[in-house]
Design a binder for this molecule. Structure first.
Ligand SMILES: [Fe+2]
Length: 183
C-alpha cells in the first residue's frame, strides 16, 4: 500500500462525522504531521550547528521551538486517530510528503540560520491558516480549533525569529520613517 493510500485509510468509528469528510480531514492532518515533523528536524539541525557570538541564546531558542513542534506533531497525529485514520508519522513519510525544502547544510552564522528558519516557518504558518478555513468548511470545528491554536503559536514564533532580522533591515532613519509612513 502506498503512503497516499495509507494517509486516507479509515478505521470504523462511531464518531458523528461522515467517512468522506473524515478522509479529507485526515489527509490534511497527515500532510501537517509530515511538514511539522520535517520542520522539527530542521530546527534541531539549526540547534546543533549554529555558530557565532549569539550561539548560546539561539541554541536555546531553537531547542524550545523544536520541543514545541514535537507537541504539535502529537496533537495533529492524535486528531488523525480520533477521526479513525492512520497517523503517518515516520521520517520517511515526512521526507516524501512535507511541503518544505531541505535545510541548507552550508550555513553557520546565527543570522543565516534565523533566515533559513523564517523562510520555513512562514509557509508553514500560511498552511496552518489555510487549514483553519479548510477544516471549518468541512464542518469540523474541533480540527479548525486545533489549527487555530497552533497557528497562533507559530505566528508568534515567526515574530521571535524575524525580530532578529528587523533591526538590521531598518538601519537608517530614512528607512525607519518609510516603515512608519507605510503603516
Ligand atoms: Fe540539544
Amino acid at each position: 500500500m502506498t503512503s497516499k493510500n495509507n494517509s486516507s485509510r479509515l478505521y470504523p468509528t462511531s464518531i458523528d462525522i461522515a467517512p468522506e469528510t473524515r478522509s479529507k480531514l485526515i489527509e490534511l492532518l497527515n500532510q501537517t504531521v509530515a511538514t511539522t515533523l520535517d520542520l522539527k528536524t530542521q530546527v534541531k539541525q539549526a540547534h546543533w550547528n549554529v555558530k557565532g557570538m549569539d550561539f548560546y541564546q539561539l541554541h536555546l531558542l531553537f531547542d524550545e521551538l523544536a520541543t514545541e513542534l514535537e507537541e504539535f506533531i502529537d496533537l495533529f497525529a492524535e486528531r488523525v486517530t480520533a477521526l479513525g485514520g492512520l497517523a503517518m508519522g515516520t521520517v520517511r513519510t515526512a521526507a516524501n510528503v512535507s511541503m518544505l525544502p531541505e535545510y541548507p547544510f552550508d550555513i553557520l552564522d546565527g543570522k543565516d540560520h534565523i533566515t533559513a528558519l523564517s523562510d520555513r516557518f512562514a509557509p508553514y504558518a500560511k498552511s496552518l491558516r489555510q487549514n483553519i478555513d479548510a477544516s471549518a468548511e468541512l464542518g469540523d470545528a474541533d480540527t479548525a480549533d486545533l489549527y487555530t491554536e497552533v497557528s497562533r503559536v507559530i505566528d508568534k514564533r515567526l515574530w521571535f525569529l524575524e525580530a532578529h532580522l528587523q533591526a538590521s533591515a531598518v538601519t537608517s532613519t530614512a528607512a525607519l520613517k518609510e516603515v512608519v509612513a507605510s503603516n
